[in-house]
Ligand binder design. Structure first.
Ligand SMILES: [Zn+2]
Length: 165
């Protein structure tokens, strides 16, 4: 035999437990994945000053800020800008930084290569051919175990940098 008031108490307790389950679950949901780790923003507007550029001896082919740091060495060191594929953009995408006028160095493997004297070639056709052939072999001028030898910055990374600057 079930007592009337006892049943009512049980029902009330059941109802309150049931409601507390629903209110607790709606108030605070359990996370399945850990909260996202804050990362550097992808877009820097002109109103926000650029962050401190990273070191040029870091291998990060997919990061625009190290690419920008390598590109800045060309303007600061008085590098004579040649046409592609020995222009500053292509060299920086392959991990090269300017250490002197017309001399580049890899920040990772410290391989150096001088491009001195190319602008002295008077015949434009000959100079373009020399530049083209030298440019084809720039990846192989890294040390055998250098990561830049395997993977350069992808083609769209320059557009990313210029669009953000
Ligand atoms: Zn290297």
């Amino acid at each position: 035999m079930i007592d009337g008031p006892a049943t009512t108490d049980k029902q009330k307790r059941f109802q309150s437990e049931l409601e507390s389950l629903f209110t607790r679950s709606s108030a605070k949901k359990a996370r399945i994945f850990p909260p996202p780790v804050p990362v550097a923003p992808d877009v820097y507007t002109s109103l926000i000053p650029l962050p401190t550029l990273p070191s040029t001896d870091v291998y990060a082919p997919y990061s625009p800020l190290p690419l920008l740091a390598r590109l800045r060495t060309y303007s600061r060191r008085g590098f004579t800008l040649l046409e592609a594929p020995l222009d500053a953009v292509t060299l920086a995408r392959q991990g090269w930084i300017a250490v002197k006028a017309d001399e580049v160095e890899c920040g990772v493997c410290k391989a150096r290569f001088s491009l001195h004297g190319l602008e002295g070639i008077r015949d434009v056709g000959v100079r373009r051919e020399v530049v083209r052939r030298l440019g084809l072999g720039m990846k192989e001028r890294h040390a055998a175990d250098c990561a830049w030898r395997v993977r350069s910055c992808p083609g769209g990374s320059l557009e990313t940098v210029s669009a953000r600057c």
